[in-house]
Design a protein around this ligand. Structure first.
Ligand code: AMP
Length: 445
């Protein structure tokens, strides 16, 4: 029988897929799962992080959501655990700590997918939902646990889980953990694990506090960095619309409607602002959902699922709620308000133009946000192009004084209802710095 040209192509492609991940030394069962996910080549962070992790070294990685970092630690971790199976009793052997519930759920979903052909059990625990099903799952004996710090400590305190047999610890999005005031919790959790273990720490940025944390936890770590994909970052077009504060809602509705935008992620600074904007959108006939820490876990999951499957056109989110969300190929990100922490701007626009797709990041800026805009331009190292839309002009008489922090916000240290600590920023919250290699953070998105 003759081989059709297409078949030959398929085989070549298959071999390329197989070889490149195979050359990293991952097991057949993992290669099968990777192939099923449709990944063609390991991403830069995966190529750099997987080998030292497999060698059992501690790793300090600079990478944020969108770089493929989750597979960067999950794949070698699963490989190591499955190569050294525990016969009968299954203790928790790997702990993956994440700052938010959404990220925990996403990481867990990845763990499940990658371990489909392995004999390893995993579970996820986070606050804001009933602990019973989580406990029941843990009781069955699980080797990989994905957790947010609060719920983990709660369950450990109740004697419902033990971390005494942990072999590998992963701290995911360590910078955000510190921002959210989890330092104490992390320190407590460290004391619950054996001193001899492998530690992997992932962070988008490296402040002095992050380096201090890394120094306290990691042992002679290998440092790896995801080389930013310039084409991806360059593909993000950034634009500012100068507009009067009171006209922002009208302008965003016009932009979405006129541009016929189908999938838009909108950032507001406050939970109240997110709800208000969402209501206005809905009353203008645009399907929208809000996602923030005062929403129940069920509502947040539903909103995100609706956004991903296209039934919700606009997702309005606060920074912390949006952190870690895996929303691939997002064409439009709108800053309804600029963040007062410039670094959050970089995280926000990193949601668009991912995976080589082009994207547009738009900011609606009123007079009182002028200082924030200057700070952001300083951080990203470019002056953002400004446009004014007729009928939505800025107010020439408005004050350029920044609005006071805390206005329209919940009290800083209050814990949101139904939640772990997703919206809580502790005292470690600070203005961003340039990254330690002197490059602007925008290159890392
Ligand atoms: P992460 O940075 O871990 O949040 O991953 C971002 C997205 O990239 C997720 O949708 C992953 O499924 C996807 N991804 C991870 N590794 C690869 C890869 N090697 N090739 C293609 N996509 C990947």
């Amino acid at each position: 029988m003759h081989f059709k040209e297409n078949d030959a192509k398929k085989i070549v492609i298959y071999q390329t897929i197989y070889m490149s991940f195979q050359s990293l030394g991952l097991s057949e069962a993992l290669l099968k799962a990777i192939s099923k996910k449709g990944y063609t080549t390991p991403s830069p962070i995966q190529q750099k992080a997987i080998p030292p992790v497999l060698e059992g070294k501690d790793v300090l990685a600079s990478a944020q959501t969108g770089t493929g970092k989750t597979a960067g630690f999950t794949l070698p971790l699963l490989h190591m655990l499955s190569e050294n199976p525990k016969e009968k009793f299954k203790p928790i052997r790997a702990l993956i700590l994440t700052p938010t519930r959404e990220l925990a759920a996403q990481v867990y979903a990845n763990v499940r997918e990658y371990s489909e052909f392995l004999n390893l059990r995993s579970a996820v625990i986070f606050g804001g939902v009933n602990q019973k099903p989580q406990v029941a799952n843990i009781r069955k004996g699980i080797e990989v646990l994905v957790a947010t710090p609060g719920r983990l400590i709660d369950l450990e305190n109740q004697g419902l889980l033990s971390l005494k047999r942990v072999e590998v610890l992963v701290l995911d999005e360590a910078d955000r953990m510190l921002d959210m005031g989890f330092l104490r919790d992390i320190e407590r959790i460290m004391k619950l694990m054996p001193a001899k273990r492998q530690n992997l720490m992932f962070s988008a940025t490296f402040s002095k506090d992050i380096r201090k944390l890394a120094h306290g936890i990691l042992n002679n770590p290998v440092q790896v960095e995801a080389t930013p994909d310039n084409s991806t970052v360059d593909a993000i077009s950034q634009k500012v619309y100068r507009v009067a504060k009171g006209l922002k809602t009208g302008l965003i509705i016009k932009l979405i409607s006129d541009g016929n935008w189908k999938q838009v992620l909108v950032f507001t600074r406050t939970k109240h602002g997110a709800n208000k904007l969402c209501k206005k959108m809905v009353s203008s006939g645009i399907t929208a959902a809000a996602i923030h820490g005062n929403k129940s876990q069920g509502a947040r999951t539903k909103a995100l699922a609706g956004f991903k499957n296209g039934s919700v056109r606009v997702l309005v989110a606060t920074d912390i709620a949006a952190r870690g969300l895996d929303i691939p190929l997002l064409p439009h990100v709108v800053n309804f308000e600029l963040p007062n922490i410039s670094e959050d701007y970089v995280h926000r626009i990193g949601r668009t133009g991912r995976a080589g797709a082009s994207g547009e990041a738009i900011s609606l800026v009123s007079a009182d946000e002028t200082t924030y805009l200057r700070d952001i331009e300083k951080l990203v190292g470019i002056k953002l192009p400004v446009e004014i839309v007729e009928g939505f002009e800025p107010d020439p008489n408005a004050s350029t004084q920044p609005i006071k922090q805390g206005q329209g916000r919940q009290q800083r240290n209050s814990r949101p209802k139904n939640s772990g600590r997703s919206e809580h920023r502790g005292s470690n919250s600070r203005r961003p710095k340039r990254t330690n290699d002197g490059r602007s953070n925008s290159r890392r998105s």
